[in-house]
Design a protein around this ligand. Structure first.
Ligand code: SF4
Ligand code: SF4
Length: 433
């Protein structure tokens, strides 16, 4: 096993690892955005006043890089209009008032899969997007460009971010589903083997997965060093295969496809039941939360209702984060909904939320040593602050995976990852024009 360069060791705080998942049930309302993935937004397929059922298609598009959206409840559509979500931009949303009956849509039935094409069509119809990262549509990921040869399916069970245990619970609670999903993907894509990568701080998950794959030579389990960001796509591929994904290239360019462990288990579930992606396991934790736990939540559920389900807050939270503390997004409202790619909701008290004041860089180079992408974070920080975007691009700012290791390790508390994110956003917007 290879060890990637850089990285950090934040306190793991896997407080909820030993807690079985609890299903939350039906909320008072769901708000379902028409963009929950990388790629083209979906167009609403329902109007205000329509009645819908669980699993019914409510948003889709003809665009290839996209994923359809389904209703997580049965009830009545009360609004179809843009709402401001986590990115601060208005996004078209469908609001549904549940009737509490959770009637399943008549069209929900197992898909007929008898070829690679029908498998990819089924994955698209399921609404599956990457469940552990950026939300890349799974049917696109599983269909690499012509001319690339993929020989390895990598299953990401690393879960290297502090606090989050939702993937770990999948490994413990749905071990057979994971293996079944992997076998489906291998069979229909023609990929020869699968490697499950999992940090060595999860011995119980390693044990059950290893037992489940015994006698299946095409699937192997690989304990990895516990070091953040071990679960980032490029670091994971390097750790498991020794292959390095070049700047600007994709995993498929080095013969790999990476899927999250929950995503691959969902493939098995969809092929068996035909129920599209309408719910998600979310780790709810942080110093402000009364009863931290893993909760199975219907997509579109308002965050406030998820926290209420966990007993509410011990004290007024100073910061609420969607995702982990290293890469998550700080939220401005608890009315925002749970999305497909959510794996954690963290709420911290005022003390833990305080942001220390930035001071001048002392050129200690700790950020350089911590950067897993081999970048010069302090220099990118300086260039973006000086609006020298072209120079930042020459220093490969777009290769930054926004892991936050630089900021975490900086004695001057430079908010480098935030600055770099702004720089990347500026460059991308201006390159598209
Ligand atoms: S520059 Fe980007 S990739 Fe490097 S440590 Fe900072 S956030 Fe991570
Ligand atoms: S870690 Fe902070 S102080 Fe040290 S070089 Fe990087 S930005 Fe400067």
């Amino acid at each position: 096993m290879k060890l990637f360069k850089g990285g950090v060791h934040p306190p793991q705080q896997k407080n909820t690892a030993g807690m079985a998942t609890v299903a939350m049930g039906v909320p008072s309302v769901v708000v379902i955005p028409m963009v929950q993935h990388l790629g083209a937004p979906c167009q609403p397929k329902v109007s205000k006043g329509d009645t819908v059922k669980v699993g019914q298609l409510i948003g889709d598009t003809d665009a290839y890089v996209s994923a359809p959206i389904h209703s997580s409840v049965s009830g009545t559509v009360t609004r179809v209009e843009p709402m401001v979500l986590t990115g601060g931009k208005p996004v078209m949303c469908v609001e549904i008032k549940p009737d509490g009956l959770q009637e399943v849509f008549e069209g929900v039935k197992p898909p007929v899969v008898d070829s690679r094409e029908s498998f990819l069509a089924a994955v698209r119809a399921s609404g599956l997007t990457g469940l552990g990262g950026a939300g890349f549509p799974a049917h696109v990921k599983l269909n690499p460009p012509k001319g690339t040869t993929v020989d390895t399916l990598i299953i990401n069970a690393s879960e290297c971010e502090p606090y989050i245990t939702s993937d770990y619970r999948e490994c413990i609670e749905n071990t057979d589903g994971i293996i079944e999903g992997i076998l489906h993907v291998l069979k229909w894509t023609g990929i020869g083997k699968a490697m499950i990568g999992i940090e060595d701080n999860k011995p119980e998950a390693i044990k059950v997965l290893s037992k489940a794959v015994s006698g299946i030579p095409s699937i192997t389990v690989h304990p990895l060093h516990t070091r953040y960001p071990q679960g980032a796509e490029k670091t994971l591929i390097y750790a498991l295969t020794g292959r390095q994904v070049p700047s600007g290239k994709l995993p498929a360019d080095v013969g790999c496809i990476v899927m999250n462990v929950v995503s691959v288990a969902f493939v098995a579930s969809y092929l068996k039941t035909g129920m599209p992606l309408i719910k998600k396991r979310v780790t709810v934790d942080g110093s402000a939360v009364k009863n931290p736990q893993n909760v199975e939540v219907l997509i579109g559920t308002p965050l406030k209702e998820v926290f209420d389900f966990c007993g509410g807050f011990k004290s007024e939270p100073g910061k609420v984060i969607m995702g982990g503390p290293m890469m998550g997004v700080s939220l401005f409202s608890l009315d925002l909904p749970v999305l497909k790619l959510n794996n954690a909701l963290l709420a911290f008290d005022e003390d833990e939320s305080r942001i220390p004041e930035e001071t001048a860089c002392i050129r200690c180079s700790r950020c350089v040593r911590a950067c897993p992408m081999g970048l010069l974070p302090f220099e990118l920080d300086r260039l973006v602050n000086a609006k020298k975007y072209e120079e930042a691009q020459k220093l490969h700012i777009l290769d930054c995976i926004e892991c936050g290791c630089c900021t975490y390790t900086c004695p001057a508390r430079r908010l480098m990852v935030q600055t770099i994110r702004i720089g990347k956003d500026f460059i991308r917007r201006n390159t598209k024009k």
